[in-house]
Ligand binder design. Sequence first.
Ligand SMILES: [Zn+2]
Length: 190
Amino acid sequence: MTPKRVGDRVGVGAQSLSCLKPDCEQCANGEEQHCQNDMTGTYDSKYPNGDKSYGGYANYWRGPSHFVLKIPDSIPSEDAAPMLCGGITVFSPLTKNGCGPGKWVGIVGVGGLGHFGLLYAKVRRRLPSVPSPVSSSDIEQALGADEVVAVSRTSTKKADAQKMGADRFSRSSFLSIVYPLLSVSKGLTG
Ligand SMILES: [Zn+2]
């Protein structure tokens, strides 16, 4: 993690505290948001001493520097802020489910989270240092899905979805997509 120093411009995500103990399964595996001991959310949550967290309405924030990220100079604060909550909310499932070359991704809903999903699913990132000889194509890795499909209730989001990287757009309701998936899931588990 990039070191933080006094004077740095930093941001905090949706978590402000967890136990961070090495024997905590969640904290030890980078899943602090699921910590069963002292997990304190940044918004409308309670610190262990009973104090309340006020999110963006707070005048000050307190917590371990572990939960603080240095914002690169190239990223304006107003662009960085939503990445710290909505952005990571979709970045995590994309990476955990293997989004990358050779994969198709469907993003249901082109809103506050969905637009990040479209942007992230298509982006290709370059590893900062890879031993040579390795071709440039080999050092590009996830994300970078082959095809991204945006699904929205109305066509009004089509142009925006395409601008953000969607290869295809489908107008459909959320429930018409989720209900068949639920019935398949029920069949598998029942
Ligand atoms: Zn923990």
